[in-house]
Write a protein that binds this ligand. Sequence first.
Ligand SMILES: CCC(=O)NCCS(=O)(=O)O
Length: 349
Amino acid sequence: MPEQSGKVQTVLGLIEPDQLGRTMTHEHLTMTFECSHVPVAPGDESLATAPIEMKHLHWLQQNPYSHNENLLLNQEIEAVKEELLCYRKAGGGSIVENTTTGITRNLPALRQLAKDTGVHIIAGAGYYVDVTHSDETRKMTVEKLTDIIVSEVLSGADGTDIRCGVIGEIGTGWPITDSEKKVLQATAHAQTQLGCPVIIHPGRNNAAPGEVIRILQEAGADISKTVMSHLDRTIFDRQELLEFAKKGSYLEYDLFGTEMLNYPFNLDVDMPSDSQRVQVLAFLIKEGYEDRILIAHDIHTKHRLTKYGGHGYCHILKNIVPKMLSRGITQNQVDKILIENPKQWLTFK
Ligand SMILES: CCC(=O)NCCS(=O)(=O)O
């Protein structure tokens, strides 16, 4: 039985699950997102390279992936540190940092942030979406990928001794590519060896979450210890959502704070507002899924930091929790979503 059994693995070592406190299960503290750059609309070229200023803020909020520097969250360690101190003050305890290979994971920076702020940080093992896979990664067998993921959890990743405490976010697109499928199979095999939590980034299609679960299940994964991220932009029909919920994964609404008119990665999608997200949470609770819900902001660009007029890492604690309470979700249910469910998920079997 690995030493992680019954514990949570942070970048500073193992902790007791009760030490986690309120936990955002899907954030990024340092990463790059150039892989998802969206070409700027004709006429807006000068905005794409302009410094971030008040007068451009609305444009930036509507076109976050077309501004080159906005994609470099890795340049903002000091600002993120300040925000994490506020997060602790607001009652936050832990953050799962979902940056995997392909979007510039920086484990020494995460360790320093954890030391400087007292926030428990749990780092992610594995690989982001296909477009970020190296030629070397693409050529690897499932066995080799499994060995690497296991070693990132048991020994440390990126040439450090800093160990990851979850596998993911494992990136998949739509349709799922051969290389992504191998990574999913390796994820399932590594999870079987380790008894660890897994978190998935599904493609932007309503069929994607179900297909990922099918592949994981076939490879032996424990779906009850697996999180399906980004449901806010992926499954809209409520009956379809209930069908998906029956598969038994955690259901994560992790784009709180993102309100944009045109979602550039899939123009057919109407990105919900935070009020609509809270309505879906209330619906899932009424349908009996309060033990399966997780929430977060998935901050992955600069403009969402308070330094740039964004909502920051405290938005859920300061604004969304009161909204949940005002819409009939009880304090006990809020605590389940923010404390108990993350704890159950993050504890190694
Ligand atoms: C790396 C951050 C990430 O993948 N976020 C998801 C963005 S979206 O696919 O929901 O737009």
